[in-house]
Design a protein around this ligand. Sequence first.
Ligand code: SAH
Length: 342
Amino acid sequence: MNLKSMTLPELSGLFQQMGQPAFRAKQVYTWLHRGVRSYDEMTNLPKQLRDTLTEQYPICAPGVVRRQESSRDGTIKYLWQLSDGNCVETVLMRYHYGNTVCISTEVGCRMGCAFCASTIGGLVRRLEPFEMLDEVLFTQVDSGLPISHIVLMGIGEPLDNFDNVMRFLELVNSPEGMNISMRHISLSTCGLVPKIDELAKRKLQLTLSVSLHAPNDAIRNTIMPVNKAYPSEELLAACRRYYQATSRRISFEYAMIDGVNDSVEDAKELLSRLKGLPAHFNLIPLNHVEESPLKPSSRAAVAAFQEELERGGVTATVRRTLGGDIDASCGQLRRKYQKEIK
Ligand code: SAH
């Protein structure tokens, strides 16, 4: 296993086997979690140990392929190259409550949502825990901005890479590492029901975001193939179980697509199906993806939909779109880069 994917107790165990004192493991762990690119930066380690580690456990770090900064709102988008040549995206957004990174959890995605650029080439592979950690670390190092919040809403389906994502969360949350509070982390899923139940068992204090995008199966089936495996009834039941287990309100994402899911009737139907489930809605005007015929809803449709939800007692915010000038939404930059190098 890559050293950066190891928890501190695991690293301490390894260092013990190497005949090293326990405090060395902690020193190395702290350095790795600051985003160093070489053991030579670990100035409080003896030279001999640095040389041994360099030889036996080379440090992996992603290279920056593209870096685009929005002139409008300071959003920065990174396209990273991983050690095997694959690329993933990370977006840094500056909110009033803190700097937030949106990270990818897989190279590509196999969920097949009709509106999403990340899924067009299918799933290439899942990210290792350290690769997700690296997205956060090197965004912080490169930008010089301290990261306080993380959303797992980039390329990939986090619950389709469950074990690696759980380990990543443990790493990024560790006091000797970045120490990012679970309450500052959101995990977004398209609705893998058994994995939502699995996550509920862990009783983490993170925010679960569910990409609902439709009030019923008839609509959801046409835009999200996952709905055929886990219909919306089952998904909402899993959300209720999740709430019961964790007392954490579910955050629903809803991409507003012109003429597909954006009528006031759709909002009414949603309300009737959500009865008794504390929920918050993020209404996201669809980001148009070149390969797709789907178009964003009009401002008026979004406003009417929001009003209807609020009237029914469900809070709904229209997500401010950041980085519109830099292809900052899901998978667009990677897709563009792939087309360029072909
Ligand atoms: N696989 C996870 C997380 C990645 S996508 C999920 O499905 O939730 C993060 C969010 O962006 C999801 O809600 C997804 O449905 C949404 N999304 C994807 N493409 C979009 C687009 N073109 N416009 C608006 N939202 C989009």
